[in-house]
Every structure is written in C-alpha cells, then in structure tokens.
Design a protein around this ligand. Structure first.
Ligand code: GLG
Length: 835
C-alpha cells in the first residue's frame, strides 16, 4: 500500500522536517529534552548513565535523519547494492564513533561540559556491541565503516543475539564465563516491527506437476518462526551517508502464545514453544576458528539467511525488473561459509516460488554471490550431517543434491578419466553419516572466491581448494588482503597521535586517503617530531598502566618495554610459546648478578584474550599465564625487570586502550595457520613494532614497511608440513632452553605442575603440531634483538615513524575498493554533504 502523503499536504512536513543539530546549544537542547521526556528524569537525578543515554539518543536521531536521506537517495538512484552477510559484527562502542564520523565530537564535548559532564566519562558508560568472536567479526565492522565512508550503497545483514560473546572473568587464575546481556538499554537500534518475515523449518517436500506438466516441488507443513528486523545506523566518516546494518531477531510465529494450547490449560507448553523460537537468535556461538555441527547453529544460519534473502528479493521485485537483471542489482558477499545456505535459498526461491528453469536460476545465483574464506584450519571448515539437514531443511537438501549432481556431471565431462577427483570434490562427503561440505558448496555457487592475505590466498589455491582451481580455472580465485578502518583504530583510539600526524600531513585527509601517511617519512629524523611522538607513546602507556593498576592491582613501570599479545587464545596463535619465553626470561633474570641486572632491559609482558568455553588447552594457557604472573610479579629479586599481566575480558573498547600503548606486539602463529591477522595492522599503525612469524599479513606488512622495521623469526610455511612429518617418524630433540623451561615448571614453581602437564605433553609427546620447539630458539633470540634495539630510543622511534608512514595500504578503504571492482562490480555514489 502506498503510504506517501499526497503532494498538496506536504507543506507542513517540509516545514517541520527534522533538522540535525550542528551547534553545542542545539545539542544541549536535545540532551535535556531526552533526559526530561524520553528518560523521565531531571537535573536532580541525571547520572552519567542517563547523560550517556540522552547524548546517544541525540546522536541516534541525528543519524537517522541522514539515514533516511541516504536510503531515499539509494532507492532513487536504483543502482546495484552490496549486501554483506556475516554471522558476526564486532562493532564495539557506537557513540564516540558516531561523534567523530559526523565531525561533531567537539560540539558534544562543549555541550556536555555545559551540562556538567566530562565527555570521556560519558563515552565509558557504553556497553560494547560484542556480536563477534575475533578477527572475522571485527573485519565485518571495519568493512561497514569503509562502505559508508566511501559512499557505497551497502547493507550488512546479521543476527541480533540477545547475548553477545561472553564476558570473561579471571577467578583464581582461571577463565570464568559470564553472560553478556547487552540489550538492557541499546539506543543504537531501531526495531522495525513492520519488517517481519516468516521462516520455515522441518516439514516435507511435495512434488506435483504444474499446468504445463512440469515437475515442481513445494516445501510445506513446517514449523514457523518470525524474524523481526532491527536496524543499526552506520555513519560514514566525513560524509552524510548513513548505511544500514539489519539484524534479525527470532520470535514464535503464533504471537505471544499459542492460544489454543493456552486455553486448553497447557500453559507451560505454550510458553515453551515461544522460548524455543526465541532461542534461535539468543546467543552467539563463542568459537573462533572451530565448528561443532550443532543443530541450533544450522537453525541460526538458515533463519538469518532466509530472512535476509526475503528482504533483498522483495527490494529487487519493487523495481519490476526481469529476473536475469538480479545480478546487476544485487551483489551478496558471504563472510566465510556461515551464510552459504543463501546460495541454496536463492535457487529455491527462483525455481520453486518464481517458476524459473534450473539453468536460468543457477546462472543468476552464481553471478550474485562471492565467498570469502578466512581459514585453512581443518577443524574450522564447516560440514553438516546429511540426516540433520534432511530433517531441518528437506527441500534445501534436495537442491544441494541437484547442485552437486550437475556439478559432478560437468567435472566428469571435463576430466573423464579421473574417478577419484569426483569423490574428492563432491559437495557430499561419503562418510557415515554423510556430510555436506559447505566450503565446496560456496565455491561452486559463487563467481569469486577470495582469501584474506597473499600467502593465505596462495595456500587455499595449492592446498584445500586445489582441485577447484583445476576445475574452474585460477580466475575464480583471488586475493583481497584485509585492512582496518583508520577512523576507529587511529583517530578514535589514539587522538593525540592522529592530531600530530594531521599537523604534518596537512589535516585529517589521511583518514580518507591513508597513503598520505607517507608524508611522515620526512620527519623520521626530525628531533622535535620524534620527541612529541615519544611523549604520546608514553602517555598512552601511562593510560594503560592505570588500567592495569585499577583492574589487577599490579603496578607497572611505563618506561619498561610493553610487549603485548592480545587476541583469541588458540594453540595455533601460540600464546603458549610466548609464556614459555617469559618463563625463560624469568629464569635468565634469576641467574644474573646484581651488576648484570642493572643492564637488563625491563619488560612488561601483557596478554589478553578469550578462550572458547569448551577449549580446554586454551584455558590451560590462560591459567599458566596467570600463575606465572602471580609468582613473577611478587618476586622482589625481579622488581621492574619483568611483569606479567593478563588483562581480563579483552574486547574492542579495551583494544582501543591497549593497542596505542604497545612498544612491541606479538603475531607469532605457526607459519601458514593465521590467514591474515588484523591487529598486526592496528599495532603498527599506532606506532608499535611487531615480533612475528612469516605468516598472514605479516608478510605484506614487512614488504610495505621494510624488513629493518619488523622482527621476523621462525620456520616458513613451506617447511611446516615436512617438519611435522619428521616429528612423527623420528624422535626430534627438544630445544634445550625450552627443556629448561619445562623442567622449571615441573619444580612446581608456578603451582602444581600437573595443571600444565597437557601443555608440555603437546610439545614433548604429541608431535608438537604447532612447532613450538622448532621455533623457540629463533623466538628467544629475536626477543633479545628487540631488547637491544629498544635501548637505542632515537633509532627505535625512527623505525616506528617510518613504519607508520608506510602503512597506507592496510586501510579497509583499499580492501572495499578492491572488492567493489574485482568482485561486486559496483560504483560508489557521489559524496553526500551534511545538510
Ligand atoms: C579469521 C582468521 C584471521 C583473519 C580474520 C579476518 O583467523 O587470520 O584475520 O578471519 O579475515 N576466523 C578468523 O578470525
């Protein structure tokens, strides 16, 4: 139904149309109005939480007027849109970001001060939106920022989890998980109770013949669940474009209760049905780089994919175009295999609901989708059991079988004599039970597949997807090296450094064209500039030291070298190697004479990150780090020479405090295991150096910033397989320093050695899959080089400046432009100015 106001009644609308505030005075008016009306409070009971709420509502309303303008413009332009499907969006806080992106942080600061508040305190009130696990989810968030900042017509689609990633508490050195109930008050979302989609599960497939005698299928008698849209406005930087992130929330389809059951006295089961439906979007699965094959997860995936496609298709149908134009209007990017069902769902819509022929439909489907792979780790590659699929999504399973049949027939025609090839590439794995290989389905159903860093994109072509390169040709595979948004990760997280850079590069332009950083090269030898640079680093370290003191009680010396490893805890990321290195350092310090100790470089080893709740080894690593800290931090002999800190509950807002404070950060995965890494980019951009392996994006960072400005060590990806092989077939001797570390742990120096036995056994007895021993010597030696280099502060700061100057490549703006050009084939729209 047309809901538009008739032409001759629009005068009042135009006259009263909302004007976004631009001055401190107007901002204050909005804040006071929200406090007094929306929040029903007054100046006599307005605490910081209320001030945060009111300031956020003022900015939210400002964003939504620009959101409306943006959406109208996009509808009117009627061009191709990008849809980014991701089960994770690790957004962090929104207020600071909104203020900076619309360019009104100073206005807000002045306004809040007038009303009696410090802006920093108000920003701190916000709960992180933590709808993601790690790099994959944060990448999606950076991409949304770039898409809006570059004026692309783009929507994100995800799930509105009631519980984001759990909150981590450390109790007696162990991780304890606490639910993250973040929706209590969330001013950043708009519920769209008018955008509701029915989603079907279970049921049966009935075949029938249509009026032309063609065999057709209907999926019926399933269980229905309702998907309701919640929209989150995504403001671009220095543009009035505000894009949309649409998150789906699940509800029982029958409304509040099944009234039939309710009236017949079966109250409990009526409520149970409702709860079962709501469970679908209740919780984010807390695994990073691990898939478990749980039915509820598959339900989440279908629920989200079906609702999103319904929305996308409905928008397309409004344009009254022919179906074959769908791929000219729609590009859908699959963030990992989690949304792969979208391929099947679109095919189903086209053949079952819209009556297209298989071939025509499949042509549209493959032109629409692109698939990004984020890992080669076998335990992370999704597979779903066929019986589970059959029960939950019977029609989709049939379509998958047909996709597979036509695919294998084509392969057979092309490679007639290669029977084994067919078994290897089949979308259905002939195991018991049979499994659907989602990555293979994603490759077959997309026109482009990309990895996230050069090494990774090469590896997928030569290892896990090798056969598919042979079948589809190398052109289907490409690389888009990851990037990060400099708005959040420099301007917002490190305002003083951002200002200093602006003063030397001609303003804030570098935030939109990060290659402008290269103007800093001229200042790498400038004494005055280096002094200011070092002062800022020290101030950031003081800020982190304060956080450490407040949260752990440990006092650290901000003049010591801050060595930081913050990321999800995982054996392949090798936090265990880091803590073994710390123990080695401790042993060394204890063996020094008082004279020697005076020359020893003081260091603070800082860790942070969550372990998946069921990942026992990762939890042991956390326990070891805390146990080492408890001993070392209280050893009078050691004093400031070494402190070991575990920062609880690492998340986006903590990253914004931690990253600017690093001297050295660790990116030390076993070569070939970390697809890209993105915090490596954030640390270097904030003037910290890296110690790392030749893995993921470390390699490209080295190429850009120069190998004199990074500390690389360890075996190369090409040698990893052979080394593992040697472990299996011969007894390799352990690195002697590592042996000494193990012996020391066995003296119960850090509590009962039994607690850490599994960590040691993984290296000593179970083949050392992650090559901790093979890399240990080179790691320890490289850490000594770091100590030496840090002593020459003049030179160190020079390296940091040069590195930052050369980081332009790693902006997510560059990534998005690459995706747009080589995968989506979309153009950005004209810039849009604030009104
Ligand atoms: C992955 C990888 C990271 C990568 C990130 C974003 O493990 O190396 O940087 O995605 O592409 N599962 C992940 O977090």
């Amino acid at each position: 139904v047309e809901a538009s106001i008739p032409e001759n009644q629009r005068t009042a609308w135009k006259k009263y149309s909302t004007q976004p505030f631009t001055t401190a005075e107007d901002f204050e008016k909005e804040v006071v109005r929200h406090v007094e009306t929306t929040l029903a409070r007054s100046m006599f009971n307005c605490d910081e939480t209320a001030a945060y709420a009111a300031a956020s509502l003022a900015f939210r309303n400002r964003l939504i007027t620009e959101w409306n303008r943006t959406q109208q413009r996009q509808t009117f332009a009627d061009g191709k849109r990008v849809y980014y499907l991701s089960l994770e969006f690790l957004m962090g806080r929104a207020l600071d970001n909104a203020m900076l992106n619309v360019g009104l942080k100073n206005v807000a600061k002045e306004g809040l001060a007038d009303l009696g508040f410090r802006i920093e305190d108000i920003i701190e009130q916000e709960h992180d939106a933590a709808l993601g696990n790690g790099g994959l989810g944060r990448l999606a968030a950076c991409f949304l920022d770039s898409l809006a900042s570059l004026n692309y017509p783009a929507w994100g689609y995800g799930l509105r989890y009631r519980y984001g990633i759990f909150k981590q508490e450390i109790v007696d050195g162990y991780q304890v998980e606490v639910p993250d109930y973040w929706l209590d008050f969330n001013p950043w979302e708009f519920p769209r109770h008018d955008v509701v989609v029915d989603i079907q599960f279970y049921g049966e497939v009935r075949k029938y013949h249509d009026e032309n005698g063609k065999s057709r299928a209907v999926w019926e008698d399933g269980e229905l669940v309702k998907a309701t849209a919640y929209d989150v406005p995504i403001p671009g930087f220095d543009t009035a474009v505000v894009n949309n992130l649409r998150l789906w929330s699940s509800k029982a389809a029958s409304g509040e209760f099944d009234f039939q059951k309710f009236n017949s006295g079966d109250y409990e089961s009526a409520v149970a049905d409702e709860q079962r439906a709501e469970t679908i979007s209740a919780v984010l699965y807390p695994n990073d780089n691990l898939e478990r094959g749980k039915e509820l997860r598959l339900k989440q995936q279908y629920f989200w994919v079906a609702a999103s496609l319904y929305d996308i298709v409905r928008r397309f149908k409004k344009s009254k175009r022919a179906w074959k134009e769908f791929p000219d209007q729609v590009a859908i990017q699959l963030n990992d295999t989690h949304p792969t069902l979208a391929i099947v769902e679109l095919q189903r819509i086209l053949i079952d609901l819209e009556g297209l022929e298989w071939e025509d439909a499949w042509n549209i489907v493959t032109k629409t989708f692109g698939y990004t792979n984020h890992t080669v780790l076998p335990e992370a590659l999704e597979k779903w059991s066929v019986p589970l699929f059959q029960n939950l999504l019977p029609r989709h399973l049939q379509i998958i079988y047909d996709i597979n049949l036509f695919f294998l027939q084509a392969v057979e025609r092309k490679f007639p004599k290669e029977r084994e090839l067919l078994a290897r590439v089949s979308i259905i794995e002939e195991s018991s039970p049979k499994m659907v290989r989602m990555a293979y389905l994603a490759i077959v159903g997309s026109h482009k597949v990309n990895g996230v860093a050069e090494l990774h994109s090469d590896l997928i072509k030569t290892t896990i997807f090798k056969d598919f390169v042979k079948i589809f040709g190398a052109d289907r595979f490409t690389n888009v090296t990851n990037g990060i948004t400099p708005r959040r990760w420099l301007h917002q997280a490190n305002p003083r450094l951002s200002d200093l850079i602006a003063s030397k590069t001609g303003g804030l332009g570098f935030l939109k064209d990060l290659t402008l950083l290269n103007k800093l090269e001229e200042f790498a030898d400038d004494k005055e500039f280096k002094k200011e640079w070092a002062e800022i680093k020290l101030a950031n370290k003081v800020r982190l030291a304060r956080h450490i003191k407040d949260t752990t009680g440990v006092v650290v010396n901000p003049h010591a070298l801050f060595d930081i490893q913050v990321k999800r805890i995982h054996e392949y990321k090798r936090q265990q190697m880091n803590i073994f290195g710390v123990i080695h350092r401790y042993i060394t310090i204890k063996s020094l004479s008082p004279e020697e100790r005076k020359k020893f470089a003081p260091r603070v080893s800082i860790f942070g990150g969550k372990a998946a709740p069921g990942y026992w080894m990762a939890k042991s690593i956390i326990h070891l780090i805390n146990s080492v800290g408890a001993v070392v931090n209280n050893d009078k002999d050691v004093g400031d020479l070494l402190k070991v800190i575990f920062i609880e509950d690492y998340n986006v807002s903590k990253a914004e405090v931690i990253i600017p404070a690093s001297d050295v950060s660790e990116h030390i995965s076993t070569a070939g295991t970390e697809a890209s890494g993105t915090s490596n980019m954030k640390f270097v951009l904030n003037g910290g150096l890296i110690i790392g392996t030749c893995d993921g994006a470390n390699i490209e960072i080295t190429r850009e910033i120069g190998e004199q400005n990074i500390f690389l060590f360890g075996n190369l990806a090409e040698d990893v397989e052979d080394l593992r092989h040697t472990h299996t077939y011969s007894t390799t001797t352990l690195d002697p320093s590592l042996s000494a570390v193990f012996s020391f742990i066995r003296t119960n120096a850090f509590g009962p050695a039994d607690d850490f036995a599994a960590l040691i056994a993984a290296v000593e007895e179970h083949g050392d899959y992650y090559l901790v021993s093979d890399d240990f010597n080179s790691y320890v030696q490289t850490q000594e080089l770091v100590d030496q280099a840090y002593k020459d502060q003049e030179e160190w700061v020079g390296k940091c400046i040069l590195a930052v100057a050369r980081m332009g490549f790693f902006t997510s703006d560059r990534c998005i432009s690459e995706y747009a050009e080589s995968i989506w084939n979309v153009e950005p729209m004209e810039p849009l100015a604030h009104e």
